[in-house]
Design a protein around this ligand. Structure first.
Ligand SMILES: Nc1ncnc2c1ncn2[C@@H]1O[C@H](COP(=O)(O)OP(=O)(O)O[C@H]2O[C@H](CO)[C@@H](O)[C@H](O)[C@H]2O)[C@@H](O)[C@H]1O
Length: 477
């Protein structure tokens, strides 16, 4: 049995802004089947403290943690073995976990997440009675200082793994804060955590952790190229031997069309989607239509390429297709999409974040559109596969790794599970939408694609085994 401390800034179902939370929340139970015991360290945001309740005990205290006292609490919540960093001066704030009321990053995000890494390192050093992990698994920049903090605390004999969920987020801070963040000035150089005159928390982890992973083999390759490495491609190339791409899975208990209590009519076969489609159209105020009902469930950011969809949309509408979109983010994009919905009968837009609605959309739609410019893995195309909702995706990162394009060869086998297009531009997306409409107009072909999609494995099993092997490799002898 391996003991692993997973460290992250979010974890479903407790606190979620994106796919990171899903992965951090799902991995522990997937790993349990592979002889790995995971305890998850999270910041004590109000939602986490409330979920923990009063049953927890204090396991370890710190008098002064970046401006105030702190302690580690423990408890079981939603099947997770949680360790919670209770530090009210850093985390007892309402609103977004990353952003202040003005929409900008909290000005002390450096200290907030340095504190998380510092306490992870303390746990690695044995501060909890009776439990010390063999491996610390850090997720994204918010946990990436952990290897440096282990070194600063003089802790050795612990394996470290850093997973990159999205290299666009790097945790950059002014260099003069370096010592306040309890970092070693001797590592402030181009092969350490220095990045264009700043401290990069992500680069700290990329240069100091024993092993690096990212969330698909395709993105692992892309990260080593300037177009995708966001300035860190050189670091990724230098650490090529320690970098692995391990595909994300989805929680098959939460995303199961046969037993999903959040959808109107659970189903096992594609034809069972019809009742869900009618309900979804009614819910969004969409009429019946000749073409496919497409959905988007997404953060509205540059990465996700939804500006391309705005340009390509007429092709779908001319063919009698429909769009129902759920998302939030970029204000201009929200306004443009809302305008489309106000002027087009076949476009409906819901601005906001709504987990239950996202299930109803997966169940009711014919296709899900994911036109991302880059996508480390992507989860919504995996939900789409499981629900027989064909993914139409850009050929990048994990989208390229998880969807089998409906090429003539793949259609004839038949193994195709969706549509891919490249480059990630409006013209290629228009072509993909036209191809989708063609396939949709042949019901038997479309039904076969849906069956193939629903049969594609999208769970955690083989990826959990890959993480377990990695933990074995980095564990001290
Ligand atoms: N408005 C809304 N309402 C309800 N639910 C919404 C929503 N907007 C988004 N979601 C949900 O949030 C999650 C988003 O996960 P993704 O993996 O698709 O992208 P994200 O960029 O957040 O994750 C990053 O990390 C993950 C995890 O490694 C990688 O898969 C991904 O490529 C990388 O960019 C999904 O569960 C989705 O259903």
């Amino acid at each position: 049995m391996r003991d692993v401390l997973s460290v992250a800034s979010e974890c479903a179902p407790l606190v979620k802004t994106g796919g990171l939370a899903d992965v951090v929340g799902a991995l522990p139970s997937a790993l349990a089947a592979h002889e790995v015991r995971v305890r998850t360290l999270l910041p004590g945001y109000p939602a986490v403290m409330t979920a923990l309740g009063s049953t927890s005990g204090t396991l370890c205290e710190e008098e002064e943690l970046f401006g105030g006292p702190a302690r580690i609490l423990a408890g079981e919540v939603a099947g997770l073995d949680l360790l919670v960093l209770d530090a009210p001066h850093l985390f007892a704030r309402e609103g977004s976990i990353y952003l202040g009321p003005d929409g900008a990053d909290w000005s002390d995000n450096a200290e907030r997440f340095a504190a998380l890494s510092w306490m992870a390192a303390r746990i690695g050093g044995g501060c909890l009675p009776g439990w010390t992990p063999q491996v610390i698994h850090a997720h994204d920049w918010q946990a990436a200082l952990v290897a440096d903090h282990l070194a600063m605390q003089g802790v050795t004999g612990i394996g470290t793994v850093l997973t990159i969920h999205n290299i666009a987020f790097q945790g950059l801070f002014e260099a003069h804060r370096l010592e306040d963040l309890r970092l070693d000035p001797a590592r402030y150089h181009s092969e350490g955590f220095e990045y264009w005159g700043k401290v990069s928390a992500l680069k700290a982890g990329l240069t100091a952790c024993d092993r690096l992973t990212t969330v698909s083999p395709g993105y692992a390759n892309e990260l080593m190229r300037p177009e995708f490495g966001m300035g860190l491609d050189g670091v990724m190339r230098a650490r090529r031997a320690e970098l692995t791409g391990i595909l994300n899975g989805i929680d098959e208990a939460v995303w199961n069309p046969a037993e999903d209590s959040l959808i109107p009519a659970p189903y096992k076969r594609p034809r069972g989607k019809a009742a869900n489609k009618a309900a979804l159209q009614a819910e969004f105020g969409l009429p019946e239509a000749e073409g496919p009902l497409c959905i988007v469930v997404s953060r509205l950011t540059e990465q996700k390429g939804l500006d391309l969809l705005v340009e390509a949309l007429p092709v779908l509408l001319e063919r009698g297709g429909q769009l129902a979109l759920l998302g939030t983010g970029n204000r201009d994009l929200e306004a443009t999409l809302t305008e489309w919905a106000e002027t087009q009968a076949n476009v409906a837009v819901q601005i906001g974040y709504d987990e239950a609605l996202s299930h109803r959309m997966m169940a009711g739609a014919d296709a899900i559109l994911v036109p991302s410019r880059f996508e480390p893995c992507g989860l919504t195309q995996l939900y789409g596969l499981r629900y027989g909702t064909l993914p139409v995706v850009a050929l990048t990162g994990g989208l390229a790794d998880t969807v089998i394009n409906a090429s003539p060869a793949a259609l004839s086998k038949p193994v195709a599970t969706g549509l891919q297009f490249w480059p990630a531009d409006a013209e290629a997306l228009k072509n993909a939408l036209a191809r989708l409409c063609n396939l949709y107009s042949s019901p038997s072909t479309f039904r076969q694609l849906q069956k193939n999609a629903m049969a594609q494995p999208v769970g955690w099993n083989s990826s959990a085994a890959a993480y377990a092997r990695l933990y074995d490799e980095v564990s001290p002898a």
